[in-house]
Design a protein around this ligand. Structure first.
Ligand SMILES: [Zn+2]
Length: 484
């Protein structure tokens, strides 16, 4: 390979400047681009293909667990948002409003949905009359607008894409069970499909969703040591059903308010894929989610179009027939070396090289994106061997991320130790907390760390050790981190 082939698309090394590395990678791998509107990005085809795979795999799980999809309006009347006091207070700083339609000033402002509890609550009040109408298990795939001050592609943008589930149940127990079932669905999705290990648990009241009774979340650790919330599942209790008057006649013919949940996962997960798996050469997509799982590159020597290309195309066909997502790059204007670094940048898990000598000996060279290991495989064995290698890559990416996560959960016994870990290591800090918001506030102000999650099982998180901040008796062991 010529030296300048490698120079085509260099990015700042991750260790040198993580956020510069991230931004350059997003652009050079053509995942997203900036627009003239501050905080709004275009998700380019390569990035959108990832989102489509996330949607396809997550949607299948949501449906398999009994939910159905629907679509609700983009606009929400101001009066609806105001019905749940905590909800409007939490979201109002970032709501975009429509005040004029055509040339007419509207009588009531319309919010561009920052989340859909309000409009969905209004509709549920019309649809639910009896216990026979329950449970309601609806999910929606939609876009959301939150007017953010500081933005970063995929991680925080004014408009983003997500799914939001909104369910109604007969009892508090069923509502809680649904909330935890979805939390577990999200955990399994992240770990199995995205190869991203997570901590799952409950949020503190300060960090919960505006209007929820209890918020649960899964949190992942990015390779710069900062946490990223990957998904949330809220037990809404009866907060919204009381505000929106969603009542049903129960089995004993008494009118009751329904018990609700809501839960969401967003295009942020693409940011996590980049930050957990990416390296100095670019993206490394887990095969299960990668738009292209293997790229076949003919080595262009001599009359390669006649001698090599037909074999490459036949190998690609055999792999497609085996159910794999593969591409052939037969472009003449690019050298094989240029193509190698291009697909490394784009995160394609496996490269398959075939040159004139390989054709003669009936073989191909496989090069793994994760370890760069090479393996020579007979052409006839490709449809059997490639899926095995892809599975090994998926497992390896998860194992690497898991050992990074495990190595970066540290215990802090006192505040000095807590600060020291944040200064020198970052990652998650497990520490006793007294349950007081003033300690959460002080820790956040002084260290920029917040409580990401606490174990769901209160018995498991109970502690007698003194609070890491104030020294009063601790109530729970909490996982703290700086986060995106
Ligand atoms: Zn305290």
């Amino acid at each position: 390979m010529k030296e300048n082939d490698r120079q085509v698309k260099q990015i700042t090394p991750k260790s040198e400047d993580f956020s510069k590395w991230y931004i350059e990678l997003v652009q050079k791998a053509e995942l997203a681009d900036y627009t003239p509107m501050k905080g709004m990005m275009v998700i380019r085809p390569h990035g959108y293909a990832i989102w489509e795979n996330i949607q396809r795999l997550l949607d299948a799980r949501i449906k398999a667990s009994g939910h159905v999809n629907a679509y609700f309006p983009l606009f929400i009347p101001e009066g609806f948002l105001k019905k749940e006091a905590e909800h409007v207070e939490g979201f109002s700083p970032e709501v975009a409003w429509v005040t004029i339609g055509g040339k007419e000033e509207l009588e009531e402002r319309l919010a561009v949905r920052p989340t859909s509890e309000a409009i969905i609550g209004h509709m549920y009040a019309r649809w639910i009359k009896s216990w026979r109408d329950l449970p309601v298990l609806i999910n929606q795939w939609a876009n959301i607008v939150r007017w953010e001050k500081v933005t970063r592609p995929f991680l925080r943008t004014t408009e983003f894409l997500w799914q939001e589930g909104h369910t109604c149940h007969e009892t508090a127990e069923e509502g809680e069970a649904e909330t935890l079932k979805i939390l577990e669905l999200y955990r399994d999705f992240c770990e199995t499909e995205l190869a991203i290990p997570v901590l799952s648990g409950r949020k503190s009241l300060r960090e919960k969703f505006a209007g929820a009774q209890m918020t649960y979340a899964i949190e992942a650790l990015m390779s710069d040591g900062k946490a990223l919330q990957m998904g949330t599942s809220h037990n809404l209790g009866q907060h919204f059903s009381k505000a929106f008057d969603i009542k049903f006649e129960d089995r004993g013919q008494t009118l009751q308010y329904v018990w609700q949940t809501s839960w969401g996962m967003t295009t942020r997960t693409i940011g996590a894929l980049i930050m957990v798996h990416g390296d100095d050469s670019g993206l490394r997509f887990p095969p299960r989610i990668a738009p292209v799982q293997a790229v076949l590159i003919p080595i262009s020597v001599g009359a390669w179009k006649e001698t090599v290309l037909p074999t490459v195309r036949a190998a690609a066909e055999a792999l497609r027939a085996a159910g794999l997502r593969v591409e052939v790059d037969a472009r003449e204007e690019a050298t094989p070396g240029w193509k190698f670094s291009e697909y490394e940048m784009r995160g394609v898990p496996l490269r398959i090289e075939i040159g004139p000598r390989d054709v003669k000996s009936g073989q191909a060279v496989l090069v793994r994106r994760d370890t760069r290991e090479k393996e020579i495989v007979p052409l006839a064995a490709l449809p059997a061997r490639v899926p095995e290698v892809l599975e090994a890559i998926q497992a390896r990416l998860f194992a690497d991320a898991k050992s990074f996560l495990d190595a970066n959960i540290r215990d802090a016994a006192d505040y000095a130790g807590f600060k020291d870990i944040l200064e020198n290591n970052r990652g998650f800090i497990r520490a006793p907390w007294c349950g007081g918001e003033e300690c959460e506030d002080r820790i956040k102000a002084e260290t920029m760390a917040t409580i990401r999650v606490m174990p769901i099982d209160e018995a498991e998180s109970r502690t007698d050790a003194p609070c890491v901040c104030c020294g009063r008796p601790g109530k729970a062991l909490a996982f703290f981190a700086r986060s995106y």
